[in-house]
Design a protein. Structure first.
Length: 485
């Protein structure tokens, strides 16, 4: 059994601050690098293909290790894994900032991804054991979701400011003071816990299968834009990845101490919320990535103009997640809040399917920035639902699973939507359309597909997720409950 020392009520909120700061740092690091890539390429002599590994190395280890890291938190203690991840991430940031060649930087990015996976995989597991009362938990999840929205919004802006003002090294060195302060505070304010021990779930073969399968799958997806969906590279590696994950699933059904007890997936709330998350985040990345491309390539916005134009969306998402989501969740339940948020997001994507070549910001884009506030309802509600069935022994694993499906949704969304948009654009150019018109046509297709993904997410949420009630994992006494089951 996993045992957590009780934490005084007044100490829970500083602990939440530490957890949120780590998530902010993790999300920032995932986006801040993209702005600095041209400067990194010039300074370190990256080839165009090699440059993509400054992002891919992080994504592959981060997404591939989340599930394993979450389970290790349950077995070894979530606080210990959280601290180890922060130490690794901070040290790797120092190595990345001091890099003088491509090899060192890529190695550092692999280590950063591993450290981020260890820290973030157990964050939600710690959170739900700190806040067991539904009203307080809803507030805590709202604050946590706000930091995620803030990190995604700040990344590109801060990356540009630091790169232009201090050089690309600064985007990594900025993690050092944040990491050191977070580690120091975590030692003091996070509750001590004792894991169940490796004997309770040390499935080494299963760990190898799932980690290799996830890493290979994420690698395959992030390289789709380079190779194409029907290329032998994609089909062969995708098939191998699926075979590894299938073998992992089969092993979990028979292993004496499974890494992922399949009873967890029998919880409608856990499995349903994770599926909805994959669909919704794949669609929402059309907004974050495709809208930015549309503004710059079609409307001629600068990087700074694009950041400012998308600022209302960041404010709307952050404000709703911080000040609204907890109240409406307490009154109506997470399921109803999730469905309402998906409707708002669907309205935003529907609006984008009609964007013109010569858009006027106030009438064509600002309404989208306001409707995207639905993300401030969807993300906290999904977090509540995804963690609603987590017992004390499995909170880290369920947290790792939830973060894993986040990465799958985001990576798949970027790969699918960018590939569809590029293909449509090429077809329109071949048919004689102008560049701006062809690009707009491609982006409209991406927004249309995103709307379809959100419709599918709504249908799954409506059919699979049940109305509020106390929840627990099958065959276990409810240790952590939520009214948002």
């Amino acid at each position: 059994m996993s045992h957590t020392a009780p934490l005084a009520s007044a100490s829970r909120w500083p602990a939440l601050g530490v957890l949120s700061a780590t998530m902010l740092m993790t999300i920032l690091d995932g986006s801040i690098v993209t702005v600095a890539m041209p400067a990194i390429q010039r300074d370190l002599g990256f080839s165009p293909a090699g440059l993509s590994w400054t992002v891919n190395a992080y994504l592959i280890t981060y997404g591939g290790l989340l599930l394993l890291a979450g389970r290790l938190g349950d077995l070894l203690g979530r606080k210990a894994v959280f601290l180890a991840g922060n130490v690794m991430f901070t040290a790797a940031s120092l190595l990345a900032g001091a890099a003088t060649g491509p090899g060192t930087l890529i190695a550092a990015r692999f280590l950063q991804g591993a450290g981020s996976a260890m820290a973030s995989a157990v964050v939600l597991g710690i959170l739900v054991t700190l806040f067991t009362e539904s009203g307080e938990r809803a507030k805590a999840i709202g604050v946590f979701s706000f930091t995620g929205a803030a990190g995604a919004s700040l990344g590109s802006v801060l990356g540009g400011v630091l790169t232009d003002g201090l050089g690309w090294h600064a985007i990594f060195f900025i993690n050092l003071p944040i990491g050191l302060v977070t580690i120091g505070l975590a030692i003091r304010v996070l509750p001590a816990d004792r894991g169940a021990g490796l004997a309770a779930g040390a499935d080494g073969i299963g760990a190898v299968l799932v980690t290799a399968g996830l890493m290979l799958g994420i690698y395959t997806v992030v390289k789709v834009e380079e190779y194409g969906w029907l290329a032998a590279h994609t089909l062969v590696l995708g098939a191998v990845s699926l075979a590894l994950l299938a073998a992992f699933t089969a092993r979990q059904a028979t292993a004496r101490t499974p890494l992922l007890p399949l009873r967890i997936l029998r919880s409608r709330e856990v499995s349903g919320a994770n599926l909805v998350q994959i669909l919704a985040l794949a669609a929402m990345f059309a907004f974050q990535i495709i809208v930015a491309l549309y503004m710059q390539k079609v409307l001629g916005y600068s990087a700074l103009d694009t950041g400012l134009a998308m600022l209302p969306a960041a404010v709307a998402i952050g404000g709703v997640s911080l000040f609204v989501s907890a109240r409406v969740t307490a009154r109506f339940g997470a399921r109803a809040v999730l469905l309402s948020g998906l409707v708002l997001l669907l309205g935003a994507m529907g609006w984008l399917t009609r964007v013109p070549v010569d858009a006027v910001y106030v009438t064509d884009l600002l309404p989208v920035m306001l409707l995207i506030a639905g993300g401030g309802l969807v993300l906290p509600a999904l977090t509540t639902l995804g963690m609603s069935g987590a017992g004390a022994d499995d909170a880290g694993l369920v947290s790792g699973l939830f973060n894993t499906t986040q990465q799958i949704g985001m990576a798949t969304g970027v790969a699918v939507l960018s590939t569809l948009a590029a293909s449509r654009t090429e077809g329109l150019l071949a048919a004689g359309s102008g560049e701006a018109e062809a690009l707009t046509g491609g982006y409209r297709l991406a927004f249309t597909v995103s709307a379809g993904l959100l419709l599918a997410a709504f249908a799954v949420a409506l059919a699979v997720l049940r109305r509020p009630r106390a929840a627990s994992l099958p065959d276990e006494a409810p240790v952590v409950t939520s009214e948002a089951a």
